[in-house]
Design a binder for this molecule. Structure first.
Ligand code: HEC
Length: 381
C-alpha cells in the first residue's frame, strides 16, 4: 500500500526555489571573494572564475536574475492573496513567537509536547522573511555601489563605502543563516525533499505540519473563492499588477543601465599613464656655506660667481631680465642696461642696489670685494 501524499509545493513554487537557490549561490561564490580580496583563497577563486572583471559580471548577472525572480514572486503572491484569497500563511503572528519559545522549552527538556506546526512553521517563516529582508538590503546597497554617481547626488559620499560594508555584512549573515538555519532545519534535522518532489507523505505531514494536516482533512485548508468571483478580481488585479510589474522591471533596467560603473570607467591597466616622476630632482639653487671674506678674491670665476649663485640667482637666474647665472649675462645687465660699469664702481647700479635694502644683500666684506672687482675692471678670471 502506498502512503498517501500531500502536495506541498506546486511546480511554480519549486521552479522559483531553483532560481533563488542558484542565483543566491552564484552571488555568494562571486561575492564573498570580493569581500575578502586580500585573502589567498579569494584570489584563487577569482582566478578560477576568470579574473575580477569576469567575477563581477557573473555577480551582476546573478543579481539581475534574483531581482527578476523577486518581481515575479511579488506578483504571484499578490495573485494568490488578492485574487484567489488563499490565506496569507507566511504572515508571522503572535503564535509564532509562542511556538519559538515553546520549542526552546521543549528542546531543553522542560516540556513534553513540541508545539504543533501549521502550513509554515515559525522556523520557515523566519527564514522566508530574513530572505525578503536580506534581498531588500542587498538591492538597495547593491544599487548604491552599482550607481555611485547617482547615489552621491542624493546622499553624502560616505554612503557608498557604507553601502559596501552593509552589502558585505548582510551577505555574510545570509550565507551563515543558510548554513546554520536552513541546512539544519531542512537537511540535518530531517531531510525534507518536498521542495524538489513537491510532495510530503502523511507521516511527514503529521510530524512537521500537524495543524495543516488536520485542516486539510477537515477541508478548511485551501478555501478559495469561486470561479466567477476570481474572474471579477482578475479583471482588476491583472492590469494593476501589470503596471506594478512594468514599473519594477523598469526599476531593474535602470538599476543595471543607469550609470556606467567601474567596469567601463576605470581604464584598463595598460592604458594608465605613468605618474610624472623625474629621475633627477628639479635643480634648485642650494645655499652653500658662505665663503670666508678673506678667501674671496676680486675675480668672477670661483669667487664672486659663487656669491651671486648663493644670494641672487633665485630671482635673477631666469631666462629674461637681469641674469647672474653666467659672466656674460652678468655683464650684459637687465632690461635697462648694464648694472656693472667696469672700472667705475660709483656708476655701477649694482653697488647702489646692494647698499640699500635689496633682497639677497652682500655682506660688508663681500660688498668691498665687489667694489674692488669692478674697480679692477671686473675680470672674469
Ligand atoms: C627676492 C628676489 C631678489 C633677490 C634675491 C635679488 N633680487 Fe635683485 N631685483 C629683484 C627685483 C624684483 C628687481 C626689480 C625691481 C627693483 O629694481 O627693485 C631687482 C633688481 C635688481 C637690480 C636692478 C636691475 C636694473 O636693471 O635696474 C640689481 C642691480 C639687482 N637686482 C641686483 C641683485 C643682486 C646683486 C642680488 C644678489 C645679492 C639680488 N639682486 C637679489 C629681485 C631680487
Amino acid at each position: 500500500m502506498t502512503e498517501r501524499t500531500y502536495l506541498r509545493f506546486s511546480l511554480a513554487h519549486r521552479l522559483e526555489h531553483i532560481v533563488a537557490l542558484s542565483s543566491f549561490t552564484i552571488l555568494a561564490i562571486t561575492g564573498l571573494p570580493q569581500k575578502y580580496p586580500s585573502a589567498g583563497w579569494a584570489d584563487a577563486m577569482i582566478n578560477i572564475m576568470g579574473g575580477i572583471e569576469m567575477t563581477r559580471q557573473i555577480h551582476h548577472i546573478a543579481a539581475i536574475v534574483l531581482m527578476l525572480e523577486t518581481v515575479y514572486h511579488l506578483v504571484a503572491i499578490g495573485y494568490r492573496v488578492l485574487v484567489q484569497r488563499v490565506r496569507f500563511t507566511m504572515l508571522p503572528g503572535v503564535r509564532d513567537l509562542n511556538d519559538a519559545i515553546g520549542t526552546f522549552i521543549y528542546n531543553i527538556g522542560l516540556r513534553k509536547e513540541k508545539p504543533q506546526g501549521g502550513r509554515y512553521t515559525y522556523e520557515e517563516k523566519a527564514e522566508y522573511w530574513a530572505f525578503i529582508w536580506g534581498t531588500l538590503i542587498m538591492v538597495i546597497t547593491g544599487f548604491m555601489m552599482w550607481n555611485p554617481i547617482a547615489t552621491a547626488y542624493f546622499f553624502p559620499g560616505e554612503f557608498i563605502p557604507a553601502a559596501k560594508a552593509a552589502h558585505g555584512g548582510e551577505a555574510l549573515l545570509a550565507v551563515m543563516a543558510i548554513i546554520v538555519w536552513h541546512l539544519y532545519g531542512v537537511h540535518l534535522k530531517h531531510f525534507n525533499k518536498s521542495m524538489w518532489t513537491g510532495k510530503m507523505t502523511e507521516e511527514e505531514m503529521a510530524h512537521e505540519h500537524p495543524l495543516e494536516l488536520s485542516e486539510i482533512k477537515a477541508g478548511t485548508a485551501h478555501v478559495m473563492a469561486d470561479e466567477p468571483t476570481i474572474q471579477k478580481r482578475q479583471q482588476v488585479y491583472v492590469p494593476l499588477a501589470g503596471v506594478f510589474a512594468v514599473a519594477l522591471l523598469f526599476g531593474v533596467y535602470q538599476f543595471v543601465n543607469f550609470e556606467k560603473t567601474a567596469i567601463e570607467t576605470v581604464q584598463p591597466r595598460a592604458a594608465i599613464v605613468p605618474a610624472f616622476s623625474p629621475l633627477q630632482p628639479t635643480p634648485l639653487p642650494t645655499r652653500r656655506p658662505t665663503q670666508t671674506p678673506a678667501a674671496l678674491k676680486a675675480v668672477w670665476e670661483g669667487n664672486l660667481s659663487t656669491v651671486f649663485q648663493q644670494k641672487c640667482i633665485e630671482c635673477h637666474g631666469g631666462l629674461a631680465g637681469l641674469d647672474f647665472a653666467s659672466y656674460a649675462s652678468t655683464m650684459k645687465g637687465g632690461s635697462t642696461g648694464a648694472v656693472i660699469v667696469p672700472k667705475d664702481a660709483e656708476k655701477s647700479k649694482i653697488i647702489a642696489k646692494m647698499s640699500g635694502a635689496h633682497p639677497g644683500k652682500f655682506s660688508d666684506a663681500e660688498l668691498k670685494v665687489l667694489k674692488d672687482w669692478i674697480t679692477a675692471g671686473a675680470p672674469e678670471k
